[in-house]
Design a protein around this ligand. Structure first.
Ligand SMILES: NC(=O)c1ccc[n+]([C@@H]2O[C@H](COP(=O)([O-])OP(=O)(O)OC[C@H]3O[C@@H](n4cnc5c(N)ncnc54)[C@H](O)[C@@H]3O)[C@@H](O)[C@H]2O)c1
Length: 351
């Protein structure tokens, strides 16, 4: 049951980032008369232009703060949210390899402070529904023929990013166990779509193709991920916010599974199709898919495969909707690319 945001105050953390900005823009689409409080530290992955201006009698208030800041609780006291979606996190595995402690601070301490404040708020001010956003990466990695994880699979994270998210989940769940704090955890697979930072795989490849630059591919490019369109994951989060059992974990694995080369090949083909339609003449830069790639040394401790199954399936993407949504994603980055430099909101370095 999708959460009804009408006349509600919803606090979202990490709203300038990829997933949470798409969720805020979704809430802002209809005449809900809702107030959205975005708490974001404006760090890696964030972009203020990601949040569209408030419309339809909605109100958006942006607060520049780290979740681990003791002042976080003051925001709850002041704005009295009816619901919280905690999505703020350091999210890039490569960055977690160069700055593991930054991830522990932001993700473990940040989430600890949010759940601590939430518990106090629920007991002393008012009831408040809450979803904490997590990732499939907490389960570790799978071999090619192993069964997908379910919510009952043990967690066994391998990268500093995954471990910091697992630590955050464990601290949060300990609050449910000990204090009956009311929230659930949602674990998603890899998301794609508009507004994702160009450090991440799909936007990086699209923008490299637009700029005529080769795409670095880790190792042999055979690592496997599930890919969900960001709006589907946002709907799942709102669905869980509308009806969850406290202290539960809900997986969102979409069933669209691809290795990195298969994924990039699809992006390449969609780009060609898109460019033919728009006459952008990109074909001349790279004659073949292989031409556009540059194999580089593998990521340290690179997880081989992620795949999840849920006991609470919300919906599945078909290959056709995957390609359609890839086109939507390409269109977003292409529209930015063709803007004159002075009008670029997102990616000023795109030529
Ligand atoms: N992107 C994916 O494929 C994916 C998949 C599953 C789960 N997730 C989870 O979804 C959430 C959002 O991911 P994303 O890809 O949109 O990330 P992102 O990097 O695009 O955005 C993260 C946002 O959070 C903010 N932030 C980070 N740490 C903060 C802190 N301590 N206090 C306040 N703000 C902070 C950043 O400034 C940024 O705006 C994360 O919790 C991530 O672990 C992401």
């Amino acid at each position: 049951m999708i959460y009804n945001p009408e006349k509600k105050t919803i606090l979202v953390t990490g709203g300038y980032g990829f997933i949470m900005s798409n969720l805020i823009n979704m809430l802002n689409l209809n005449n809900y008369n809702s107030t959205i409080i975005n708490v974001d530290k404006c760090g890696a992955g964030s972009n203020k232009a990601n949040i569209l201006p408030a419309t339809n009698n909605n109100n958006i208030i942006n607060i520049h703060l780290e979740c681990e800041n003791p002042k976080f609780i003051k925001i709850l006291k002041e704005y009295k949210p009816d619901a919280i979606i905690h999505g703020a996190a350091e999210s890039h595995v490569d960055r977690s390899i160069t700055d593991p402690l930054g991830f522990v601070k932001g993700n473990v301490l940040g989430t600890s402070n949010v759940v601590h404040a939430l518990d106090w708020y629920q007991k002393n001010i008012k009831p408040c529904k809450a979803v904490f956003v997590s990732t499939d990466e907490v389960y570790g990695h799978l071999g090619p023929n192993e069964e997908p994880w379910t919510e009952d699979s043990p967690i066994a994270p391998r990268s500093p990013y995954a471990s910091s998210k697992a630590g955050a989940d464990m601290i949060a769940l300990s609050f449910y166990n000990t204090f009956k704090t009311d929230f659930c955890i949602v674990r998603g697979c890899n998301n794609f779509g508009p507004r994702q930072d160009t450090e991440k795989l799909i936007p990086k490849y699209i923008t490299n193709l637009l700029n005529g630059e080769k795409m670095p591919v880790y190792g042999t490019g055979t690592n496997i991920r599930e890919w969900v369109f960001v709006d589907d994951f946002c709907l799942f989060i709102l669905d869980r916010l509308g009806s969850y059992s406290a202290g539960k974990v809900y997986n969102y694995g979409c069933g669209v599974s691809k290795n990195n080369l298969e994924l990039l090949n699809e992006v390449f083909n969609c780009m060609e199709q898109f460019c033919k339609k728009r006459d952008c003449k990109l074909e001349s830069k790279f004659k073949t898919f292989e031409d556009s790639l540059q194999y580089v040394e593998d990521r340290k401790g690179h997880d081989f495969r992620y795949a999840m199954r849920s006991n609470h399936i919300y919906g599945h993407q078909t290959e056709m909707s995957f390609r359609k949504r890839l086109m939507t994603t390409i269109e977003f980055y292409y529209n930015e690319y063709k803007q004159p430099k002075s009008a670029k909101k997102w990616f000023g370095f795109l030529r």
